[in-house]
Write a new protein. Structure first.
Length: 132
């Protein structure tokens, strides 16, 4: 299966973050195929990436940033049933630059990670490579 190059880059970036797990969402029908991947850290979801059709990413964001991003980019909006106060969706083929999408994915990870318990945060810190 070929996926959008921007999706592939985001997939690689997110999967490299410490402690990230993924769940592949399958389509229901005659030929089940991967539709999306949900990424979580310590069972707390922070990004969903599409794998087929229109390239999009749904991610957790600071509530004050959502309005700013929607004003700045036409490709930012809401796509899912997730709480619109904390989640946004980005059309990866629209006007949001790849660097901004990568920054937002990493920001979503850190936003969720900051809400974890101290013990969970310590477990994730142990997975990080030592600084140079």
């Amino acid at each position: 299966m070929d996926i959008n190059p921007r999706t592939a880059a985001l997939k690689a970036l997110v999967e490299a973050l410490p402690g990230v797990t993924s769940i592949v969402g399958m389509s229901r029908g005659h030929t089940p195929a991967p539709q999306s991947i949900r990424y979580a850290v310590k069972a707390k979801m922070f990004v969903i990436l599409s794998l087929r059709g229109v390239a999009w990413m749904t991610l957790k964001a600071h509530p004050h940033m959502i309005d700013i991003l929607q004003e700045q980019y036409a490709g930012v909006g809401h796509r899912t049933h997730l709480d619109h106060r904390h989640w946004i969706s980005i059309d990866l083929d629209a006007d949001a630059p790849p660097e901004e999408c990568e920054r937002l994915a990493i920001s979503a990870y850190h936003l969720v990670r900051a809400g974890l318990t101290r013990k969970q945060q310590a477990e994730l810190a142990a997975l990080e490579p030592p600084p140079f």
